[in-house]
Design a protein around this ligand. Structure first.
Ligand code: CA
Length: 217
């Protein structure tokens, strides 16, 4: 493996619980039902995609203005309650991959304008703007394979030399559908089986397990 495509929330950042809390509150304020559990099940999709599909399913036809208002309120609330912190042990994984001369990418459905600054603050020197795929670079977000295919097309390596690192079922589905080796680190409340069901090639429970696996490759 020469390139590693890291998902962001739930992989690089321990942030999913605060995302789930903020999502539930923002959706409820606009009369939409969206539980924290549903947030984990839908993790990986872009925020706009989540709002549109839950509104449609609940018979609501939201204006673009309201969709953006929900997303903005969710983002503000997420930061108010503390946002995310670097995932325990992931800095060691990144350092090991850097020492081995591997390409390190981030492939996220997130669309905040300061994503790179967040990465640079948490993991100095590990990421670069040309090795990022965000909500702004794709037509279809996860679980569509497009985000991971875009990273693969731009990395210049054959598929068998690329590895996706995910935590969520829909993210694993995207990596698998892109035809890439996909490992899952189950950092959230869902059962491992959901990750295996989507085609995970390996499932770990924390970054230390991922690191010892990497050292054996
Ligand atoms: Ca994730």
């Amino acid at each position: 493996m020469k390139a590693f495509f890291f998902d962001m929330d739930g992989v690089l950042f321990d942030s999913m619980l605060n995302h789930a809390i903020a999502w539930e509150e923002a959706m409820q304020r606009h009369g939409l039902c969206f539980s924290q559990h549903e947030c984990f099940l839908n993790e990986g999709r872009t925020g706009m995609d989540v709002i549109h599909s839950f509104a449609r399913a609940q018979g609501r036809n939201l204006s673009e203005q309201e969709v953006h208002a929900i997303y903005d309120e969710k983002t503000i609330r997420y930061r108010q309650i503390g946002g995310g912190v670097p995932m325990k042990g992931v800095a060691d994984v990144l350092q090991f991959l850097q020492e081995q001369g591997k390409q390190i990418w981030v492939v996220t459905g997130g669309g905040q304008l300061d994503l790179y600054e967040q990465l640079e603050a948490a993991f100095p020197g590990c990421f670069c703007p040309s090795r990022m795929v965000t909500a702004h670079n794709v037509t279809h977000g996860k679980p569509h394979p497009e985000p991971y295919l875009k990273a693969w097309e731009n990395c210049g390596l054959p598929k068998e030399e690329c590895c996706v690192v995910e935590n969520a079922p829909l993210g694993v589905r995207a990596g698998h559908a892109a035809g890439l080796f996909t490992v899952a680190v189950n950092t959230g409340p869902l059962e491992d089986q959901l990750l295996w069901n989507e085609g995970a090639n390996a499932v770990f429970h924390d970054m230390a397990q991922l690191l010892s696996w990497l050292k054996k490759q």
